[in-house]
Ligand binder design. Structure first.
Ligand code: GLP
Length: 229
C-alpha cells in the first residue's frame, strides 16, 4: 500500500491529477466513484481537467441508497452526475440496482472490469456500504445501514430519521477486484479508522482493512487523518 499525506488542499490536487492522468492514459477506462463530503473539493478539480477527454469513460457508482433514483437530490447518483459526470461529458454511467444487485458485477465484467476505483471511508471502516461484518467474498448486494453510518449521513438527509435504512453497494470482492484503488480520507475524526485500516487485523469488522492486501492501493490522507500512523 502506498500512502500519500499532505495538506487537504494538496491531497485534493493529487487525487484529481491521478484521476486525470489515468484517463489521459486510458480514455475508455472503467472508473468507480464514491459520493460524499470527502470529494467536495476533489470533484471540481477533476471536472476542471483539461488534459484528458472523459467522454469514453464508463463510470460506475459504488453505492446507492434504497429507493433513491438518480433524480433525487439526496442520491449518490445525483451528486456524482451534478458534480462530475455532467461536467466531463461522461454519458456511460452505471448505478447498482437495489432490486437486482447481482447484475452489477456482470455489467462491470462486460466493460472489462474496473480499472480504477476512487473510495472514501466511513468512521466504522465501511467502504461503499460494506458495513462491519460483511464477508470478504461479497459481490454487489443490499445492505442494512448501521447506526454509525446513519449518524454520519444525518446532515445530508436533514436528520438521522430521514436516512434510508438500506443501501445497495459493490461488495468487498467487487471493490478488491478493481485493478487500482485510491482511498481518500480527510480530518482528525478519521484518524482512528485509518490506523486500523493500515495496522489492524484484516477482520471483517473493519471492512476497509481488506485493502491491505490490494497490490495497487494508494491511501491519500490529509495530515489530520494520517495523524495516528
Ligand atoms: C458513505 C458512502 C461512501 C463514502 C463514505 C464516507 O456512507 N457510502 O461511499 O465514501 O460514507 O463519506 P464522507 O465522504 O461523506 O465522509
Amino acid at each position: 500500500m502506498k500512502t500519500v499525506k499532505d495538506t487537504k488542499e494538496n491531497i485534493a490536487a493529487y487525487v484529481a491529477k491521478a484521476v486525470c492522468d489515468f484517463v489521459a492514459d486510458k480514455p475508455d477506462a472503467s472508473i468507480a466513484f464514491a459520493a460524499g463530503e470527502t470529494f467536495e473539493d476533489i470533484f471540481p478539480l477533476i471536472a476542471d481537467c483539461k488534459d484528458a477527454d472523459f467522454s469514453a469513460v464508463n463510470a460506475f457508482n459504488i453505492c446507492e441508497y434504497e429507493k433513491l433514483g438518480a433524480d433525487d437530490e439526496k442520491s449518490c447518483a445525483y451528486e456524482l452526475n451534478a458534480k462530475l459526470y455532467s461536467k466531463l461529458n461522461i454519458k456511460k454511467v452505471h448505478t447498482p440496482d437495489f432490486d437486482a444487485p447481482e447484475s452489477y458485477d456482470e455489467e462491470i465484467k462486460a466493460c472489462g472490469g474496473l480499472d480504477l476505483l476512487v473510495l472514501g471511508i466511513g468512521l466504522n471502516g465501511h467502504i461503499g456500504f460494506n458495513e462491519p461484518a460483511t464477508l470478504y467474498d461479497t459481490l454487489t448486494h443490499t445492505q442494512q445501514l448501521t447506526d454509525s453510518t446513519k449518524k454520519m449521513k444525518a446532515e445530508h438527509f436533514g436528520g438521522v430519521e430521514n436516512v434510508p435504512d438500506f443501501g445497495v453497494t459493490m461488495g468487498l470482492k467487487t471493490i478488491c477486484s478493481a485493478k487500482n484503488v485510491i482511498l481518500v480520507a480527510f480530518g482528525e475524526e478519521k484518524a482512528d479508522i485509518i490506523h486500523k485500516l493500515v495496522y489492524g487485523k484484516t477482520s471483517t469488522y473493519v471492512p476497509a482493512a481488506m485493502l491491505q492486501m490490494h497490490m495497487n492501493m494508494t491511501l491519500c490522507l490529509d495530515n489530520e487523518a494520517a495523524s495516528k500512523l
